[in-house]
Design a protein around this ligand. Structure first.
Ligand SMILES: NC(=O)c1ccc[n+]([C@@H]2O[C@H](COP(=O)([O-])OP(=O)(O)OC[C@H]3O[C@@H](n4cnc5c(N)ncnc54)[C@H](O)[C@@H]3O)[C@@H](O)[C@H]2O)c1
Length: 416
C-alpha cells in the first residue's frame, strides 16, 4: 500500500469499482464519505471505475470522483493502484469478476445477491477461502445490516433481551413493477438476475433474518408468481429502477412476488414476503421479531426508529416503545450528528465501507462473508424448488461445518 507524505497519515486503500449506475453511485458515496466521517486506519482512494461504455464510464468517473476509468473490468482488477475490487454489476457477472479479482490478489466487496446460482456462489466461496490464506478478504454488500437500528436490534437480541426467539416476520414491499408497461430490464430476466423479487428483495430479508436471529434457516415452504408475463423491450439503457420501453414485448422470466415460511435452526418460525407489486409501498422492508422476553419491530421507511417491547415489565405499563436510534452509544452513530439529527439510506454504504476498511486493516474476517452469501443463495434455491412444487417443505442444505444446524435440520425433516 502506498504511504501518504505526512508521517501521521494512514496508508491508502485503492478501490476499483465495476458498474456505475444505481449501486455504483451509492457505493461511490460510501467510499467518498467513510474516511471523512470515521477515523479509519486506512484511507480509501477512489482509484478507478469500470464500465463497458467509454463515454458513460468517463462521465461517471468525473461525477462520482474516480481518478481513472476502464472499459474492461479485466483491466480494472489487475491495476496496481487497486487493492480492493467493488462489484456493482448485475448478478450474472458477480462470480466471474469476483474470482478474477481474488486471483489477482485483491480484496473484494460484491453486491447482493452473491451470485445467480448456488454453484456460482460455491465457486466464489472456494476462491475467497484460497485468497484468505494470502491475507485477502471478501464481503457481500448486504448493506441493511448497517442501518444503525438494525445493528442495534442485533445487539439487543445477542444480549438476550428477547430471550428464546419464537417468530421472525419479514416483508419487503416495493411497487415499481405495478405498471404492466414498465420495460423488461435486466432485473426481469433470469439469465441476468437469477430470480426476481426473490433475489432482489428476498435476499436482503433472508440475510437479515439469519443475521438478527444468529442462526440459519433450515427449511422453507414457498409460493411465487409472475403476474405480468410480457413487458416492452428496453429502448436504450436502464439504470437502477429507471428505464423506458419500446413497442415490442418480451417474456418476463422471473417471479414478481415470492411468499415463504421457514424454520430456523432453533425451531423458531419465520415468514417472508418479497414483491415489487405492492402499490403504494416504495421501499417497505419491515420486520417483527418475537421472543419469550420481548419483541422488536422496524420499518426501513422510518429507519432511525426501532420499536422494542420488554415483556418482563409490568403489564399495565409495558408496551412497544419507540427508540430513536441516533444516540452516540448506538452503532455507527458516534461519528455522525447530534442526537435526533437523522441518518438515511446512503449512510449504510459509508458504514459498509468503514467496516470493510477496518477488517482489512486489522486482518479480521468481515461479515457478511461470501460463506454467508452462499447460505442465503441456498435458501433462495430452496424457495424456488419449493415454489415449483407448490409449497412443498424443502430443506435448506447446511454448510458442512455447521453440525448443530445439521442436527436441527434432521429434526425438522423428521417432523415433515
Ligand atoms: N444493496 C442494495 O440495497 C442494492 C440495491 C440495488 C441493487 N443492488 C444490487 O447491486 C447490483 C447492481 O444493481 P444496480 O441497481 O446498481 O444495477 P444498475 O442497472 O443500476 O447498474 C448496473 C451497472 O453494471 C454495469 N454492467 C452490467 N453488466 C456489466 C458487465 N458485464 N461488465 C461491466 N459492467 C456491467 C452497467 O453498465 C451498470 O453500470 C445487483 O447485484 C443488485 O442486486 C443492491
Amino acid at each position: 500500500m502506498e504511504q501518504r507524505d505526512s508521517e501521521a497519515a494512514p496508508p491508502t486503500l485503492g478501490v476499483g469499482m465495476v458498474g456505475y449506475a444505481f449501486m455504483g453511485a451509492a457505493h461511490s458515496q460510501g467510499w467518498r464519505t467513510a474516511g471523512r466521517v470515521f477515523d479509519l486506519p486506512m484511507r480509501p482512494v477512489l482509484a478507478a471505475i469500470g464500465g463497458r461504455d467509454a463515454a458513460a464510464v468517463r462521465a461517471a468517473a468525473v461525477k462520482h470522483g474516480w481518478a481513472a476509468a476502464e472499459t474492461d473490468w479485466r483491466d480494472l482488477v489487475t491495476r496496481d493502484d487497486v487493492q480492493l475490487v467493488d462489484i456493482c454489476t448485475p448478478g450474472d457477472s458477480h462470480a466471474e469478476i469476483a474470482v478474477a479479482a481474488l486471483e489477482a490478489g485483491k480484496h473484494v466487496l460484491c453486491e447482493k445477491p452473491l451470485a445467480n446460482s448456488v454453484a456460482e456462489a460455491e465457486t466464489m466461496v472456494a476462491a475467497a477461502e484460497l485468497a484468505r490464506e494470502r491475507g485477502q478478504l471478501a464481503m457481500v454488500g448486504f448493506n441493511y445490516r448497517r442501518v444503525p437500528a438494525i445493528a442495534y436490534a442485533r445487539r439487543l437480541i445477542a444480549d438476550g433481551r428477547l430471550g428464546t426467539l419464537r417468530h421472525v416476520r419479514f416483508t419487503y414491499l416495493q411497487d415499481w413493477l405495478v405498471d404492466p408497461d414498465f420495460p423488461l430490464t435486466w432485473r426481469l430476466e433470469r439469465e441476468h438476475a437469477g430470480s426476481g423479487a426473490l433475489g432482489d428483495l428476498g435476499a436482503h430479508i433472508v440475510d437479515l433474518a439469519q443475521y438478527l436471529a444468529g442462526e440459519p434457516l433450515v427449511g422453507v415452504s414457498a409460493l411465487s408468481e409472475t403476474f405480468v408475463r410480457e413487458r416492452p423491450l428496453l429502448a436504450g439503457a436502464s439504470a437502477g429502477l429507471s428505464a423506458s420501453g419500446g413497442v415490442e414485448r418480451g417474456a418476463v422470466t422471473v417471479d414478481d412476488a415470492a411468499l415463504f415460511t421457514g424454520r430456523l435452526a432453533s425451531g423458531a418460525l419465520a415468514s417472508f414476503e418479497a414483491t415489487r407489486m405492492a402499490s403504494g409501498r416504495k421501499n417497505a422492508l419491515r420486520l417483527e421479531i418475537n421472543g419469550e422476553l420481548g419483541s422488536l419491530a422496524f420499518d426501513l421507511e422510518r429507519l432511525n426508529e426501532l420499536s422494542f417491547h420488554d415483556h418482563t415489565e409490568p403489564a399495565a405499563s409495558s408496551g412497544f416503545r419507540r427508540i430513536l436510534v441516533t444516540e452516540p452509544e448506538h452503532p455507527y452513530l458516534e461519528a455522525w450528528w447530534p442526537p435526533g439529527h437523522a441518518l438515511g439510506y446512503e449512510h449504510t454504504f459509508a458504514h459498509q465501507a468503514r467496516d470493510l476498511v477496518e477488517a482489512i486493516a486489522t486482518g479480521t474476517d468481515p461479515a457478511p462473508s461470501f460463506a454467508d452469501g452462499l447460505q442465503v443463495q441456498r435458501v433462495l434455491a430452496a424457495v424456488e424448488e419449493s415454489a415449483e412444487k407448490n409449497a412443498v417443505f424443502t430443506p435448506v442444505p447446511t454448510a458442512p461445518q455447521a453440525s448443530a444446524q445439521a442436527s436441527a435440520q434432521t429434526s425438522v425433516q423428521a417432523q415433515v
